[in-house]
Design a protein around this ligand. Sequence first.
Ligand SMILES: [Fe+2]
Length: 180
Amino acid sequence: MSSNLIKTFHHMAIDVSNMNKSIAFYRELFDYKLTERHEAGEVDAIPVELSFLRITDSNHHDLVLSHTPGKKYRPRNKNDNLEGPTLHHHIAWECHDRDGWLAMQERAKKMGLEFVRGPVVHSKYDSRGDGSWGENESFYVLDPDGHRLEIFCDMASIDKDGTFVSFEGKRIEEAKVDEI
Ligand SMILES: [Fe+2]
C-alpha cells in the first residue's frame, strides 16, 4: 500500500453539453447504469445538473456527468490545444481481458465511433509496441463532446522491487519505476 490515507482514485465528473445524449452514449458504449439524476439548484450550493452513473454493482457512482443550464457550450477545436483553460487529456477504462477489449472495439465500431488513436500497444519492450508506456493495448475514441476516452487491457503491474510485470506475470527486467 503506497498511501495509508487514500484507498484509490474513484471517479471523475465531466462536463457535457447535452445530458440526455451523453447518458445514452455512456450507457451504450460502457453499460453504465443511472444511479440518480438531479436538476440544477435542487441543492442550493449546486447550480449544475448532475447524473451519477455506475459501472460496478455496488458503487454509488463511478462517473458523474455535469451540465450547466444556460451555458453556451461550444464544440472543441484544434486550437484548444494551443490556447485556453486546462482540460483533462483523456479518461481510461480497463477491460477484464483482451477478449473484452476486442469486443469493445467491435462495439465502438458498431456505434460508428472514430478511432482517434490505435489499436496500439503502449510499449517499448514488446516488438509490436509504439515506444510509449504502460505495456497495455489501447484504443481511443471521443464522446459526444470530444472528451477523449481510452479503452485498454493488459497494463503492466509493478513488482515490490519496482520491476514491471507483464499481464502474463513475466518480469520485464529492463523496465523499472522511477520511484518505489
Ligand atoms: Fe492512458
